[in-house]
Design a protein around this ligand. Structure first.
Ligand code: SF4
Length: 422
């Protein structure tokens, strides 16, 4: 059961952001109604989800589909997987029954197991998904967060289990790195969210769910969950190209944002090969401080990072880079920091997101006072940057920025602290 906390009382500036469909908002609970009951992934069959069209055609070849039919079969499967959202071959009614049986014997299109689904008082949802072992590994768990707002629903997707980086304000950074997620596992988070929200044809939105009042429920993807996406470039690229395919999930690349802590050598490739929006976890304006908050800075310092941003393919006023800046009391929140931030970003088409720090157990930082955040925002706004203060969302279920960590990891930590770990 999620710890409950009054978001509005905690943050008096929190706007009311959501419409509910079809009934009133429901309190936080961990027993959300199931919109779809899908077969659960197992490790014994290769997945079709996450394959490119060419790889799907190759998979058809492997089960003896004649060459002249392969592209057509791949297109049929693509439609069923990404437009209709089915997770069971038996539902693919325009494919002959014997072929459906053959496909089901050879491949998997199942979903991950849902370990938990938490719903915040503000409608934010956090899922803990379990994926089967790959090779010699163990099953792994990752968190995915859905943030509904008026007119949009943003899904925060994980790219790795744990993280090799150790950003000191981030809870995920305290979790050891287990492995990269595959393209299937990255896409499965999107498919599962759409299942649970009733965002595929012929599925229902759970009673009382807080979602955008019209249109799609998942309108935006941000690669800001667990992990550094640019340390898993190929799988992230593959998943995002499938998510933005116009004949499938069809999410505009303008609505897909990849956030990096600053893996400079991969930034140009992100623009050239994926073409999505870019966000940078900046958080400090001096190298000595950023070396501590975002230690990858020791490898690629602020100047190098910002030079890569200036050269980001497609950068324009219509396609700005978002700079994330977490507000840490007495650490990076002075007026001088705000002025230096403005100076540093001069000439880069940019947005600045100010993120009130979301504490987690054992964190060494405090959130800046609200007046301080507003004064900082005023300086940045006066310099011409739209710099919204990101309203804390889902804090009662530890779904806010920098708070993600798998439940099993939390349990292991609890056990270690209690001296009962294996
Ligand atoms: S902020 Fe991102 S890159 Fe840094 S530790 Fe957390 S998950 Fe890893």
């Amino acid at each position: 059961m999620a710890m409950t906390l009054d978001i509005a009382r905690d943050n008096p500036n929190a706007p009311s952001v959501t419409a509910s469909r079809p009934d009133a908002a429901q309190p936080a609970n961990d027993q959300a109604p199931a919109a779809v009951i899908a077969p659960v992934m197992s490790e014994d069959k290769p997945p079709l989800i996450g394959l490119s069209r060419e790889e799907l055609a190759d998979a058809m070849a492997s089960i003896g589909i004649p060459e002249k039919q392969r592209r057509m079969r791949a297109s049929q499967l693509w439609h069923w997987l990404y437009v209709r959202g089915v997770s069971d071959f038996s539902l693919m009614t325009n494919i002959a029954k014997d072929l459906r049986t053959k496909l089901a014997e050879a491949f998997s299109i199942a979903r991950p197991e849902i370990v938990s689904e938490l719903i915040s008082v503000d409608g934010t949802r956090k899922w803990l998904f379990r994926f089967p072992a790959r090779g010699a590994g163990r099953p792994v768990e990752v968190e995915t967060v859905y943030i509904p707002e008026e007119g949009r629903g943003t899904l925060c997707v994980s790219s790795q289990v744990g993280c090799t980086l150790t950003c000191t304000f981030c809870h995920t950074g305290t979790q050891r790195m287990v492995r990269n997620l595959t393209s299937e596992e990255i896409l499965a988070q999107v498919l599962m969210a759409r299942d649970r929200l009733g965002d595929f044809p012929d599925t229902n939105t759970p009673q009382g769910a807080i979602v955008p009042s019209e249109g799609r429920m998942v309108t935006n993807i941000v690669m800001m969950g667990m992990g550094e996406p640019l340390y898993n470039f190929e799988n992230v690229k593959k998943a995002l190209l499938i998510a933005s395919d116009g004949d499938g999930l069809s999410l505009s690349k303008r609505r897909i944002t990849l956030s990096t802590s600053g893996v400079v050598p991969e930034i140009a490739r992100t623009g050239d090969e994926i073409g999505c929006m870019l966000a940078i976890s900046l958080h400090a304006v001096r190298d000595d401080l950023r070396d501590v908050l975002v230690p990858i800075n020791k490898k690629w310092a602020i100047k190098e990072l910002l030079d890569a941003c200036r050269a980001y393919p497609g950068l324009s006023n219509a396609k700005r880079i978002t700079f994330e800046y977490v507000m840490l009391k007495g650490v990076n929140d002075s007026n001088q920091d705000a002025l230096d931030l403005v100076r540093l970003l001069k000439g880069i088409p940019a947005k600045i997101n100010l993120i009130p720090f979301n504490p987690w157990p054992g964190s060494e930082y405090e959130c800046s006072d609200w007046d301080r955040i507003e004064e900082f925002a005023d300086i940045v706004n006066r310099a011409g940057y739209a710099s919204p203060i990101r309203t804390p969302r889902g804090r009662d279920i530890f779904a806010a920025c920098g708070q993600l960590k798998s439940a099993s990891e939390r349990m292991r930590k609890k056990d270690r602290d209690a001296g009962t770990a294996a």
